[in-house]
Ligand binder design. Sequence first.
Ligand code: UDP
Ligand code: MN
Length: 195
Amino acid sequence: MYPDIDNGHIYPKNCRAKQKIAIVIPYRNRETHLHQWLLNVIPLLRRQQADATIFVSEQAEVENFNRGMMKNIGFIEATKYDQFDCVVFNDVDYVPEDDHNIYQCLPQPNHMAGRPEKKGYKLYYGGFTGGIISFRTDVFKGINGYSNKFFVWGGEDDNLGKRIKKAGLIISRPLYNVSHCTTLRHKVDKRLPLR
Ligand code: UDP
Ligand code: MN
C-alpha cells in the first residue's frame, strides 16, 4: 500500500522536520494489530509532517516474551542504522486518536498514552508509562534504558517509571483528550508463559 516508503522511513517531502525519530515496536505474533497500527499511524505521521523510521523489534518463539529487552534491542539497532534525536516506544495495540498527540520528544519523557480506550479514556494511574512513550535519545541512554529482567507480563514499565524518577525527570503528558488512544482488542490480556 505504501510503495513510496523505503525501509520504514516516513518524512515530509517539502520541509525538514525538527527531529529525526525512531519508532520502536516490541512485537511477537500480533500481525493483525501491526497491520491496523501501520494503516492508522502512517497517515497520522504524514499529517504531522514527522520524520520517523519504524523499527519492529520481533522476538523469536524460543523464550517467554520480554518487552523491555525488545525495546532496548530495537533502540540499539536503530542507533546503528541512523542518528536519531528521539525514540518513541509504541506497543503495537496503541493507536493515538488525536492529531495533536505529536510524535516528538520533549526535554522530559513524553508519555503519549495517558488515557487508553480500554480504561474508559481515563488516566490509568499517575505513574503509568506504558503504551506509548518518547525520550530524547541521550535521555534514554542516561537512564540506562529498560530493565532486561522482566519476562512474561508486566513490571518493566513501572521499573522504567522508577528510573525516570531516580534521574530527577518528570513524565510529561498531553492534556485530556489529546492523549486518548484506541487500544486494539486481543483475547489474552496477559502474556502467557510458553511453558
Ligand atoms: N507483545 C507482542 N506479543 C506478545 C506479547 C506482547 O507483540 O505476545 C507486545 C505488543 O506490542 C503489545 C505489548 O507487547 O502491545 C504489550 O503486551 P500486551 O498487549 O499483552 O499487554 P497489555 O498492555 O494489553 O496488558
Ligand atoms: Mn495489549
